[in-house]
Write a protein that binds this ligand. Structure first.
Ligand code: SAM
Length: 398
């Protein structure tokens, strides 16, 4: 079959239909990778810590599931400060395509093709770690996490996509439990819940090896989610995982949501197990039973400094999806650090009332002394630190 050439960013790749995966819709995902990698490297260069000195001659990147090599080649051409990128795929046809595209773009000095099972490659690289690992699988990424959390360097970056949104969004909670170790719930906040389930899974895998995560950016767009997390080594810090991971309770009547961390850190040091006020209790608002989901990540989804850095840098990068990225990142910058959210239209349909303008509902929360923001994951979202009782008082008063 004849090759078709496709241009994205500064890269032109040759694809010949059938056998090798190429999805033009994922341009935003790849653009985001370029932008995040640029911000990550800038951060390393600015903070010349001991850990970072050996990265001064450039960082190493593994694209473990590369398909055509497009993403790796884009990183090589569009991001400064990379020493080497390994573009790996298990499929022989994909590796042929990677080699052809490396040559076509003249990046032989930076991008190395690799034909290996990603998990095996990551296990074999535990001694010679990568600074950045990009995982972009079909569907669920969790089978690759055990390898990834072990072969990323201390302070290194994991960029992970998941596309099995139906599983993560509560359509099959038992499958979600098998794959991610968490029960998903059907909820209007399902996209953020998906992000928090994936982060919980990464944190749990990392914890087994004395490593902990700091999420830099967690995004839900189109039909997938993508998280960017830094991984550090510290047995002591790992123990805090149990305070950042917890269960979520959703009322079967009014759909009120409560969350509960698994443990609390005591002021005197040490940890205290939570005794949950929600398990087997009726909802305080409407006296219905509650579904229990999770465990999910309850810590921050984004790092304010990283998101600001990313936004500031965007003007220096040429991206096809620039406008959309600025829009999404600006909403993310304003997002409150509060787990999950309600959707205004859903709240009002529960009480069978007409939906008020968003501005009015938000003003009511602000006037009552609480904070409120949107979530980038839902247009009608209300993210607030107001207790459920206050939210329902406002709904009833409308
Ligand atoms: N990252 C690519 C991009 O941006 O265009 C798309 C990757 S595609 C969704 C997933 C790729 O993972 C496929 O090419 C498939 O052959 C490869 N793959 C699946 N299982 C693998 C494994 N165990 N090891 C390495 N590659 C694998």
């Amino acid at each position: 079959k004849l090759d078709t050439s496709i241009k994205e960013g500064e890269t032109e790749i040759l694809v010949n239909n059938a056998n090798v995966f190429y999805n033009p819709v994922q341009e935003f995902n790849r653009d985001l990778g370029v932008a995040a990698l640029t911000a990550f490297i800038k951060d390393i260069q600015e903070q010349k810590t001991e850990r970072n000195t050996k990265k001064e001659d450039g960082i190493t990147v593994l694209e473990a599931l590369s398909a055509t090599g497009l993403r790796s080649i884009r990183y090589a051409k569009e991001v400064k400060g990379i020493k080497q990128i390994v573009a790996n795929d298990i499929c022989a046809k994909a590796v042929e395509s990677i080699k052809k595209n490396i040559q076509h773009n003249g990046v032989e000095n930076l991008v190395k093709p690799s034909h290996e099972d990603a998990t095996l490659l990551m296990y074999q690289s535990r001694k010679n770690k990568f600074d950045v690992i990009d995982l972009d699988p079909y569907g669920c990424p969790t089978i690759f996490l055990d390898g990834a959390v072990q072969c990323v360097s201390d302070g290194g970056l994991l960029m992970i996509t998941a596309t099995d949104m139906a599983v993560l969004a509560g359509n099959s909670p038992e499958t979600c439990f098998l794959k991610y170790g968490a029960i998903s719930l059907r909820s209007k906040a399902c996209h953020e819940m998906a992000l928090r389930i994936l982060l919980q899974s990464i944190a749990s895998h990392a914890g087994r090896y004395g490593r902990y995560i700091i999420p830099l950016l967690s995004i839900s767009v189109d039909f997938y989610i993508r998280v960017f997390v830094k991984v550090f080594s510290s047995h002591i810090k790992c123990k805090e995982n149990a305070t950042k991971i917890g269960m979520v309770y959703q009322c079967t009547g009014c759909e009120s949501i409560n969350t509960q961390p698994l443990c609390y850190k005591k002021s005197t040091g040490g940890y205290k197990l939570t005794s949950s006020p929600y398990v087997d209790q009726l909802c305080k608002i409407c006296q219905h039973k509650q579904h229990e989901g999770g465990p999910i990540w309850l810590g921050p989804l984004h790092d304010e400094y990283f998101v600001n850095n990313l936004l500031c840098n965007l003007d220096n990068i040429k991206l096809g999806t620039f406008k959309r990225m600025v829009g999404v990142l600006n909403v993310i910058r304003e997002e409150l650090n509060v787990p999950l959210y309600y959707a205004l239209d859903r709240l009002m349909s529960i009480v069978r009332c007409v939906t008020p303008p968003m501005l009015i509902f938000r003003s009511a929360l602000l006037n009552a002394g609480y904070r409120v923001s949107y979530s980038h994951a839902c247009k009608t979202s209300i993210k607030t630190d107001a207790p459920n009782e206050v939210i329902w008082d406002i709904v009833r008063a409308w």
